[in-house]
Unconditional design. Structure first.
Length: 133
C-alpha cells in the first residue's frame, strides 16, 4: 500500500495561501460589500478590507504563495517512496538555491525601495557585540 502524503502545516498553509491569492479579487468584492452594508455594521469586514487593500498585503501574499508552493511541492517529492538518495539530495539543493534566489530578489527590491543595503538588525547586533567587549 502506498504511503499517504502527510497533511503538514506547510501543505495546509500552501493551500490557504494559494486560495487567498487566486481568489483575491472576489474576496475583496465580498469584503467591500460587507464593509459598506449599513445593515451589517461589520467593523471586522472593514478592517479586513482595509488591510487587504494595502500593497504590502498583496506583496506578502504573492511572496508567501510562491515560497509555500515551492516548499509544498518539494515536501511531496521528498515523501515519495520511489525517491532515491541522489534525487533527494538534488531536491534539497534545488530548495536551497530557490531560497537564496528569493532572498536576493527581496534584498534587491528592498535596496531599491529604501536606498540602503544595511540591515538594522545586523547593525544592532554589531553594536551589542562591541558594547559587550
Amino acid at each position: 500500500m502506498p504511503k499517504m502524503l502527510s497533511d503538514t502545516r506547510w501543505s495546509c498553509r500552501a493551500d490557504a495561501c494559494q486560495t487567498l491569492v487566486h481568489g483575491y479579487e472576489n474576496k475583496m468584492k465580498i469584503l467591500f460589500a460587507f464593509s459598506t452594508d449599513i445593515e451589517e455594521k461589520s467593523k471586522t469586514a472593514k478592517g479586513l478590507f482595509d488591510q487587504m487593500s494595502k500593497l504590502e498585503t498583496w506583496i506578502f501574499a504573492e511572496f508567501w504563495n510562491t515560497v509555500l508552493q515551492h516548499f509544498n511541492s518539494n515536501s511531496k517529492t521528498l515523501q515519495s517512496v520511489q525517491l532515491n538518495l541522489n534525487a533527494a539530495v538534488g531536491v534539497l539543493k534545488s530548495l536551497k538555491d530557490f531560497i537564496n534566489e528569493q532572498r536576493t530578489k527581496c534584498e534587491e527590491a528592498g535596496n531599491r525601495l529604501t536606498d540602503t543595503e544595511e540591515y538594522i538588525v545586523e547593525h544592532r547586533h554589531l553594536q551589542c557585540l562591541s558594547a559587550a567587549t
